[in-house]
Design a protein around this ligand. Structure first.
Ligand code: BGC
Length: 756
């Protein structure tokens, strides 16, 4: 992307991170054009006081926001008297590149400054995958004009930064210490009191000769100035290393020492060695999770971009961290945890990074169970009922729109489903004893209390909810929510029985901790609510029925999304909220989300009927929507639609479908894109029989699809092409895979099966 031409979009697209921290691809040097500076550290947040029109009891006091933290890559360059600022230079060449295999952001440019001096630059930057607390860059500047010029470079870390998204325009950080001698800056977040120290070390050579710097640190900025004179054709090289240590991982008294030691070690090793270690770590991450599509470059680039972003957002090293919808690429969504993690991201990490990484995501919710019980208690639920938050950093709810905070309770179901999904895929249920059962009990207790018995219906109902379709609120009996509630109640009982039989010691501990079934009738109550739940249906003109999104949905004027004039899309940017709420248009998969989760319970014909009913009414204005529809379209043989929806999900950010990529990337929906390749086109699914099935349904254009999955100890490589399935165990560990009707044992010799 050219400098200056929608630079903010490029800043998002070229973001880099390492699971612990990351940031947008802001230029290192000053840039006078439009820019959104963003550097974020996992787990470091600010509770921004809630701002709403009318306060409602039960609202959280604050919205936890991911913090824009110190701008660590800073390099301010003057050539003669003129500052290097690409927004006012004449650009002769510019290229920005994101090497997704190696995790390297690089840039080359040739620019003529307003004073007529021409320079060339090559910049490489990483957030080290090998050292979670290290950022490093190498900046080479060459004088291309005739004669000579004095070049003055200030290498800095700037702590005086703000969030664009701040309810009261407050600054979220305050300085703690600036150690000029050692080049370390410590800042503290207001209210939450997190401390972070940045330590900087730079090695500078001009025309091959070392240049020493002068300390010009002041206020909230560590800075070192290097001045040199370059002749035409000569280059100054600045290798900069920044250690970033936070009180999340170190005692406060040791922060500076920790950050300095990271920076010092990297400085001593040099940029190339730091880069090599980082590239090695990336090579290990990619092993076992690449997807190769032959015959379709756009699809290929889309999926690799998604995988790359997901791998750099979450590594599973730390169970206190999670996957924010925008990861480390922007401020929106507060960088917090949503149901996106369980519904979309967990299967991605489970299959590409292995069981342990996925387990960390489950543990995250387990650790936050006390807060989920607290959230429910705040709303009036009792006896250990747990309502997980819609948006959270610490387990406490921090979303403050009543229709979401209080009503979008389906999130509880996704959290339970993730536990089931994990057990099903790994074939192991030990996690139930470790933490899963306690979470399930809290969730089941919530559903049992949230349902009410309707005398006229003679059934249980769940009133006043918002389903995944946020384009209608306060609805009664949202099918997806009711179905999930039933499923959770039954699954929690089953899980309890299993743990009681297989892990009696754990069961005793859990009963003591939760008071499970202490009065002896808790399971009976769960069964009664589950068996008696009302699930709305509608009979179509042809006499077939569909599960109805919610009661009353058919009272709405039934129109099709295709009838909305293009200039009115997306409707959330063109219509009043009132008009949206009254329309029949569906923001994102709702009934279909449920059919996707529980597809074995319904079968293809039912799914096809619902797809044909709901897909034309869905506007896909959540990034989480097209992927689910794509998978179901594949499953039901709607190949063209599956492919169209896949491109929309996988290239959502690259092609900026929703015209908002400048705010950051849609990280969590990228996991959905991956699911639409592997589960949709690859037809990978653990079936009712507990075995891994593969049913290829490749888009016409694709000559072949190759992907790797971690599966029960094996790393399996699937090579799918028209009429053929190949599977090999890359690490030699055997696994069973069903192709067609037959179950094969796959080892390092692999199998090759012809299919019809
Ligand atoms: C979607 C939610 C989602 C959130 C964060 C919203 O637009 O409707 O389902 O959890 O974005 O991705």
């Amino acid at each position: 992307a050219a400098a200056g031409s929608d630079c903010m979009a490029s800043e998002s697209l070229f973001s880099i991170g390492n699971g612990a921290m990351g940031g947008r691809a802001n230029f290192e040097e000053f840039f006078g054009g439009r820019t959104l500076q963003g550097n974020y550290i996992g787990g470091i947040f600010y509770p921004d006081k809630t701002r709403v029109g009318w306060w409602k009891n039960g609202y959280p006091e604050y919205f936890a926001k991911v913090l824009n933290s110190a701008f660590w890559p800073g390099i301010d360059i003057y050539v003669g008297e003129e500052r290097l600022d690409l927004s006012i230079c004449r650009i002769e060449a510019f290229r920005r590149e994101l090497d997704m295999r190696r995790g390297v952001l690089s840039r080359t440019f040739t620019a003529v400054l307003p004073n007529g001096v021409k320079v060339g630059a090559r910049v490489r930057r990483i957030v080290s995958m090998a050292e979670p607390e290290l950022g490093a860059l190498s900046y080479e500047l060459t004088l291309l004009s005739e004669g000579g010029a004095e070049v003055s470079v200030t290498v800095f870390v700037e702590g005086d930064v703000r969030n664009e998204d701040a309810n009261y325009d407050e600054k979220f950080w305050e300085p703690v210490a600036l150690d000029r001698e050692s080049g370390a800056l410590t800042m503290r977040t207001k209210k939450t009191g997190f401390e972070v120290c940045w330590a900087q070390r730079t090695a500078v050579k001009a025309a091959g000769r070392p240049v020493s710097g002068r300390n010009v640190s002041e206020n909230e900025r560590i800075a070192e100035r290097f001045v040199c004179t370059l002749k035409s054709g000569e280059t100054v090289v600045l290798d900069k290393f920044v250690g970033v240590a936070s009180s999340l991982n170190h005692p406060e008294a040791e922060l500076a020492a920790a950050a300095e030691s990271v920076a010092q070690r990297a400085w001593a090793a040099g940029f190339e060695a730091v880069l090599a270690a980082h590239e090695q770590a990336w090579a290990e991450k990619w092993a076992g999770c690449d997807v190769v599509i032959e015959g379709d470059e756009a699809a290929q680039q889309g999926i690799r971009f998604c995988i790359f972003q997901l791998l750099q957002t979450y590594t599973g090293r730390d169970s206190r961290l999670n996957v924010g919808p925008k990861g480390f690429t922007g401020e929106k969504y507060g960088g917090s945890t949503y149901w996106d993690t369980e519904a979309y991201c967990l299967p991605f990490y489970l299959c590409t990074s292995g069981e342990e990484v996925a387990r960390q995501l489950l543990r995250y919710r387990y650790r936050q169970l006390p807060q989920a019980i607290g959230n429910a208690a705040k709303l009036g639920f009792k006896g250990g009922a747990a309502l997980y938050p819609m948006v959270t950093m610490t387990g406490e709810e921090c979303h403050n729109e009543w229709e979401i905070t209080f009503e979008e309770i389906h999130r509880n179901g996704a959290i339970a489903y993730a536990i089931y999904n994990f057990c099903r895929y790994t074939g192991k249920r030990d996690y139930l004893a470790e933490g899963g059962l306690e979470v399930l009990v809290g969730i089941a207790r919530f559903w049992a209390q949230r349902a009410t018995f309707s005398e006229p219906k003679g059934q249980y109902v769940i009133l006043g909810v918002t389903g995944p379709n946020e384009y209608e609120n306060n609805v009664d009996n949202n099918w997806y929510t009711n179905y999930l509630a039933v499923w959770c109640l039954r699954y929690a009982s089953e899980a309890a029985e299993y743990v009681a039989a297989q892990y009696p010691d754990d069961y005793r501990r859990i009963v003591a901790a939760t008071g499970l079934n202490a009065a002896g009738d808790e399971f009976a109550r769960w069964r009664e609510v589950a068996d008696g739940m009302f699930l709305p249906e509608w009979t179509l003109e042809d006499g077939e029925t569909v599960f109805l999104q919610q009661e009353g949905y058919m009272d709405k004027e039934q129109r099709m999304a295709a009838d909305i004039p293009a200039e009115q899309r997306p409707i959330n940017q063109h219509w009043s909220w009132d008009r949206i709420l009254r329309s029949c248009f569906i923001k994102q998969a709702d009934v279909l989300q449920g059919l996707y989760f529980f597809q074995e319970a319904f079968g293809r014909e039912t799914i096809a009927r619902h797809f044909d009913f709901y897909e034309p009414r869905t506007v896909h204005e959540s990034s989480l929507s097209p992927c689910v529809h794509s998978i179901l379209a594949s499953l039901t043989g709607r190949a063209a639609r599956a492919y169209e929806l896949y491109l929309r999900t996988a290239r959502l950010d690259l092609d900026d479908y929703n015209r908002e990529v400048h705010e950051g990337l849609h990280i969590t929906s990228m996991a959905g894109s991956w699911l639409s390749v592997v589960e949709g086109f690859g037809g990978i699914r653990v079936g009712r029989d507990g075995c891994l099935h593969v049913v290829p349904r490749l888009p016409e254009k694709w000559r072949s699809l190759t992907f790797e999955l971690h599966y029960r100890g094996a790393i399996l490589r699937f090579g799918l092409s028209v009429g053929e399935v190949r599977v090999v165990s890359v690490n030699g560990r055997p696994a069973e895979v069903v192709v067609g009707e037959r179950c094969y044992r796959v080892d390092d010799r692999g199998i090759q099966v012809k299919i019809g």
